[in-house]
Design a binder for this molecule. Structure first.
Ligand code: PGA
Length: 245
């Protein structure tokens, strides 16, 4: 299975900085047979950057509306995201689940609409620190992947990113055996629920050049979703090269 390294730039990098970073990444990183990279820049920059960067099908939006179209001020639909030149869309990032109270009902609607537009989906799942401490992580993840896909869904267009909420931007990560256990659980659950033999599960949450070697050595880890460390092309390249070793 081809590995993937995704960069979540969040609400950073305007037109100029975003283009500079994307060009640096394109120059430094050659997608190999082993891995692909995906960039999630700020939405307003994508069509501009996409026109200049040569590499195709590497862009994704960090979110999409739960509605197809209509009076939803400020929202961007899956169809519009496609028009901007995105191949991917990220759904269910914990910053949206927590800050905007996006629950499974909303996330389900987003998945349905994104699938209709044939966007590839990175679905983020993860437990809070409280749930982690009380060993309820798997229960939470189970609820986040159960009953949220349309009946006719192309699971080949799905990547899951396991991102413990408490690990994001905190410089903390779960232990290696905990990451392995959760990734294996997600794969097993996807098989039980939807008869999926192969599903990519990326790890995200304070992934950086120091810890990527040990995290990528875990067999059930198919790549990473990088936030802070993706804002420097040299750091991102280091993580990408480590994934390829
Ligand atoms: P981080 O963010 O790498 O800065 O922890 C990851 C993410 O939120 O996707």
């Amino acid at each position: 299975m081809k590995k993937v390294l995704a960069a979540n730039w969040k609400m950073n990098m305007g037109m100029k900085e975003g283009l500079k970073l994307a060009l640096e990444v394109e120059k430094k990183i050659k997608s190999t047979d082993k891995a692909n990279f995906i960039l999630f820049p700020s939405i307003h920059t994508i069509s501009f950057i996409n026109k200049i960067v040569k590499k195709k099908n590497i862009f994704g939006a960090q979110d999409c509306s739960q509605f197809e179209n209509g009076s939803y001020t400020g929202d961007i639909s899956a169809k519009m995201i496609k028009e901007l030149g995105c191949t991917y869309v990220m759904i269910g990032h914990s910053e949206r689940r927590v800050n905007y109270k996006e629950d499974n009902r909303i996330i389900k609607k987003k998945i349905h609409i994104a699938a209709k537009e044939k966007l590839k989906i990175i679905l983020c799942v993860g437990e809070s620190y409280k749930a982690y401490k009380s060993k309820k992580g798997k229960l939470i993840i189970n609820n986040q992947i159960k009953d949220i896909f349309p009946k006719k869904f192309n699971f080949k267009n799905l990547i899951i990113a396991y991102e413990p909420v408490w690990a994001i931007g905190s410089n903390k990560t779960p232990k290696i055996n905990e990451i392995n256990s959760m990734h294996s659980y997600i794969k097993q659950k996807m098989n039980n629920l939807y008869k999926i033999d192969e599903i990519k599960v990326l790890y995200g949450g304070s992934l950086n050049s120091k810890n990527c070697k040990s995290i990528f050595a875990i067999k059930s880890v198919d790549g990473g979703l990088v936030g802070g460390a993706s804002l420097k092309s040299s750091e991102f390249k280091f993580i990408y090269d480590t994934l390829n070793k």
